[in-house]
Design a protein around this ligand. Structure first.
Ligand code: 13P
Length: 253
């Protein structure tokens, strides 16, 4: 277990109506260990952010994040949601570069750099996602891919800009598949990410940067993953939709 901040974030993806979302939040509140040292973030869909923010009043332990933001500030971009709007409904975090968006929406490093800028300008803490797909891992390209993803976006920024950054390593082959990275695979990549960050910025920054693991992390395997020296928590998909499981993961340090 690391000495860094411990963070568990739930990425609800495109799930839950308003009523379902409020029920899930109530479940998380009910099952959450009041003494937990873990920072908890939930990332529901845009549609329910404002009512969930209202519902979370008096629950400072649970922070709110969005799953994406626009690369633009405002204007004629039908269907898009800006970082400023996200902040205005109570979000402190935003996921940038999730592999589902890189794949289905063709989000490029240039776009992700702009999204990161908008997030930082609006005082949002970005959760920047990186990770290789199965073909890249099988071809032993995973380190190069991850290094490229980090460099292509983060090298535009200064250390000062990135002080609120979180990174999530999410191997694409582990997302929603039930196949999780082994703790050895996760530790190896997290240590590599930290080394890359220390080369791009500084050793001190790398040593304090929270790096979360995502990809079929659940109530059964979280303890082993979180026990790894360079794994500081998780970005949880499917298992964050079940309050009891999510809270077990939160208590897995
Ligand atoms: P699963 O936990 O469902 O594999 O999803 C992980 C993920 O994509 C979190 O962002």
């Amino acid at each position: 277990m690391s000495f860094r901040r411990k963070i568990v974030a739930g990425n609800w993806k495109m799930n839950n109506s308003l009523a379902e979302a409020l029920t899930l939040v109530d479940g998380v509140i009910a099952h959450l260990d009041p003494n937990t040292i873990t920072e908890v973030i939930i990332c529901p869909s845009y549609a329910v952010l404002a009512p969930i923010h209202a519902h979370l009043q008096g629950m400072p332990k649970i922070r709110l994040g969005a799953q994406n933001c626009s690369e633009f500030n405002s204007g004629a971009y039908t269907g898009e949601v800006s970082a400023q709007m996200i902040t205005s409904v109570g979000c402190q975090y935003v996921i940038v570069g999730h592999s589902e968006r890189r794949t289905y929406c063709n989000e490029s490093s240039e776009q992700l750099t702009q999204k990161m800028k908008r997030a930082l300008e609006n005082k949002l803490h970005p959760i920047f996602c990186i990770g290789e797909n199965l073909e890249e891992r099988n071809g032993a390209k995973h380190f190069d891919i991850v290094k490229g993803q980090l460099k292509n976006v983060l090298s535009t920024f200064s250390l000062h800009d990135l002080k609120e950054l979180l990174i999530a390593y999410e191997p694409v082959w582990a997302i929603g598949t039930g196949v999780t990275a082994t703790s050895a695979q996760a530790q190896e990549m997290h240590a590599f990410i930290r080394k890359t960050i220390s080369e791009l910025f500084s050793v001190d920054f790398a040593n304090t940067l929270p790096i979360l693991y995502g990809g079929s992390c659940n109530a059964l395997n979280a303890k082993e993953l979180f026990a790894c020296k360079d794994v500081d928590g998780g970005l949880i998909g499917g298992a964050s939709l079940k309050a009891e499981d999510f809270c077990k993961i939160i208590s897995s340090f």
